[in-house]
Design a protein around this ligand. Sequence first.
Ligand code: SAH
Ligand code: DHB
Ligand code: MG
Length: 232
Amino acid sequence: MTDDTWGAVDAYMGGKLLQSDPALDAALAANRAAGLPGIDVSPLQGKFLHVLARATGARRILEIGTLGGYSTIWLARALPEGGRIVTLEFAPEHADVARKNLQAAGVAEKVDLRVGAALDLLPVLQAENKTFDFVFIDADKENNGPYLEWAIKLARVGATIIVDNVVRKGAIIDPANDRSDVQGTRRFFDCAAGQRRWVASAVQTVGAKGWDGFAIGVVEEATPQGSPSRSE
Ligand code: SAH
Ligand code: DHB
Ligand code: MG
């Protein structure tokens, strides 16, 4: 089994499950034309996020890591009337491309795109008393631990938090791999393991984007101090 097979299976399933979509195609084309890295979620993954957001009835979505807004468009389209997505992007040149793509896709009025380092912007959201019922974490993997903690802080009880790229072709268990993103992902799992309010799992994925994985979990109520948690 090779990456070629995984890509071919994605092409087969995409042919069955994805409709032709000029707005999404145009966004990807604009991203590549602007020289953005090709690290958007795959089309089937984008629709997977869309389905999850709809299945959970998300009205207020937070995305960390916009790039050119490809995943943002999928998520914005999942919102009901009056729903809104806040998306955070560090690179102004990525945000500029995203702004145009979101406009062209007709979802700009549902999207609050903020430019800066996520760890600077997240406290601002807290100060604004923003809460979210769906969070997609997909920015610099080095900060995935802190992002998870912020997501839990900003989430309502019952919210879903999903994290991209938690497997990196299995690199996370390779002791010889000391890349900063891989170390960040290990710290993320350590952080997740210590969370008492995030009931989580993770699934490995293969497909057009190779071998990787998502972590996904739901936020539960804080247990009053001194009382046992549900898992005890
Ligand atoms: N979610 C996008 C892909 C995001 S790629 C999609 O699937 O279409 C990751 C993005 O995170 C990049 O655009 C990168 O500039 C951004 N990023 C990196 N470090 C960041 C930080 N500290 N704060 C916010 N965004 C950051
Ligand atoms: C890569 C893939 C991603 O989905 C991402 O968010 C960041 C980097 C990559 O393949 O390098
Ligand atoms: Mg990603």
